[in-house]
Design a protein around this ligand. Structure first.
Ligand code: HEC
Length: 109
């Protein structure tokens, strides 16, 4: 009985260990989006140019449906969208690009 408990506790500890980094980084990216992007893109919208939202349909229409395209836009900016090169790291830009695509897939729910 004691052995089973030990095994269970170890298994749970192991699971926490392997899942936490992923959850933490997703949380970080969500916060990064909230702090840097949600001002204009709350809930995947676009308060400046309504048509250019972060929803799947708009992303597809404007060729923004890949992490490469989004990362390049974030880096360099476009019209009223500010450039983030130098303000966010390369990795943060890639993470937030993937986050946008992931959220778009789930319709920002
Ligand atoms: C000051 C407001 C503002 C902020 C802050 C902002 N954006 Fe934008 N974003 C815009 C505008 C305006 C456009 C449309 C640009 C254009 O006219 O082509 C846009 C376009 C986009 C697009 C393309 C949408 C499409 O349908 O083509 C993506 C993706 C995007 N932004 C992601 C982000 C991310 C990620 C961040 C945070 C790192 C961010 N934006 C921060 C204003 C903003």
């Amino acid at each position: 009985m004691k052995k089973i408990v030990t095994i269970l506790v170890s298994a749970i500890a192991f699971l926490i260990l392997v899942t936490t980094p992923v959850a933490a980084s997703t949380m970080e990216t969500a916060t990064l989006f909230t702090n840097n992007c949600a001002g204009c893109h709350i809930n995947g919208g676009n308060i400046v140019r309504r048509g250019k939202s972060l929803k799947s349909k708009a992303l597809k229409k404007f060729g923004m449906d890949s992490t490469d395209a989004i990362a390049s836009l974030i880096k360099n900016g476009q019209y009223a969208m500010p450039a983030y090169k130098g303000r966010l790291t390369e990795q943060q830009i890639l993470d937030v690009s993937a986050y946008v695509l992931e959220q778009a897939k789930r319709n920002w729910k």
